[in-house]
Design a protein around this ligand. Sequence first.
Ligand code: SD4
Length: 329
Amino acid sequence: MLNRRKFIKGGTALAASATILSCNTEDQTEKVNNPNSKEGLPISIATWGPNTAAVDAAMNEITNGKTALDAVEAGAKVPEGDPNDMSVGYGGRPDREGKVTLDACIMDAEMNAGSVSFMQNIKHPISVARRVMEKTPHVMLAGEGALKFAREEGFEEIDLLTDQAKKEYEEWLKTSEYKPKANIERHDTIGIMAIDTSNKIAGACTTSGMAYKMHGRVGDSPIIGAGMYVDDEVGGAVATGVGELVIKTCGSFLITELMRQGRTPQEACEEGVKRIAAKLKDFENYQVGFLAINKKGEHGAFAILKGFNYAINQGGKTEVFESEYLVKN
Ligand code: SD4
């Protein structure tokens, strides 16, 4: 059971029609912590249960003396290269024109950030995002420009559309209905964060975006502050789900700033979801999940709907936990 704030005791505040709680930290009589959260560094943590291999790959980098930045890149590359993960990289579901277009971003403890959006034909967009960060004066490259840069950097071009994704797309064409269905479409976008043995944080996020989106659509995942944000003084947050809701509320930045003001990672994630619920109509029809960590290695997670889970590697153990959620009925 969550150790909830006094004013939401009784549980009804977590119903769909939840009254939106004040942002004033003085209102809090007790801190809300995630029951699965504990202090401990180093740590790697990622959205969605199937990403255990990703958090393990990240931790492997850290135990081999690499940085948190190396760790989150290595972690993100796991689902990017996996054709069975149909929300990320190679094997991702295409847009409504049958094209797989990828979004990714990365950020380190020194506020360096890089991103690519609407990029085609490259298996590891997270590595291109890192090159944008390290080799250009910019933060984000999009579309043809991102692909041109990737080519110049020596990345190989491949066809990202697998037979399975093509088959599902052809089936989808029969109705051509765009209705993102939470946890049915399987949002497996990876948002991953790590803190290394030098206590430095980094974050990454990578996705093929919403299946059957309009050609040219860019989601939250490549947007620093929306799909991912880290601040070495505080911690960081990542998002998954319907990106439009996350962009409009600057989700990951909001959560990081709430932690700066004294919220626990759990409180900050809950407030991030409640901000969406307070401001955006029809939020109950969409899934958004947030995951946050602070610099002690404590974590929090919260989603609009049931079904969001996450993977964590901490204290020599890899575990998957289910997230709490807002809409209970
Ligand atoms: C997007 N946030 O493009 C991504 C989708 C996602 O798992 O998280 N899918 O809106």
